[in-house]
Design a protein around this ligand. Structure first.
Ligand SMILES: [Fe+2]
Length: 137
């Protein structure tokens, strides 16, 4: 069972970026399913680690094109990425402080799904034209 089902309304029309976004949706679904089975404590550390890796790969990927294409909203978009990274670091700290805290997984699920919708359908939509104009598909 999925918490979020990917559909075309999430697409930014650039295959590599869509695939990376699908990776985040996948993590959200993994977290959700582990919670349904009551196994989230076992998987939470792994999810947090994967999120750290995800942000490194995905944000660096997008930001490299911002730079290459001289994207006008680079600063504000990069700020949104940084806020996400800060939030994940905060989750990591909380997790390390109290591994038994069940509420953390719910908090993370809410944060991740909320961020995903807001970012993919917000800031990420804004660069589509610029990226397409530079031939990225
Ligand atoms: Fe982004």
């Amino acid at each position: 069972m999925n918490f979020i089902d990917w559909n075309d309304s999430y697409s930014v029309g650039i295959r590599a970026i869509d695939n990376q976004h699908k990776g985040l949706v996948d993590l959200v679904n993994q977290l959700y399913n582990s919670m349904r089975e009551g196994k989230e404590r076992a998987i939470l550390e792994d999810i947090i680690e994967k999120l750290v890796q995800y942000t490194q790969i995905h944000f660096t990927y997008e930001e490299a094109f911002f730079k290459k294409f001289g994207y006008e909203k680079t600063d504000e978009h990069t700020r949104e990425h940084q806020e996400f990274i800060d939030e994940i670091i905060a989750f990591k700290r909380k997790f390390n402080r109290n591994k038994g805290e069940g509420a953390l997984s719910i908090e993370m699920l809410q944060f991740l799904s909320g961020w995903l919708f807001a970012h993919i359908k917000g800031a990420d939509r804004d660069y589509i034209k610029c990226f397409h104009d530079h031939g990225l598909k």
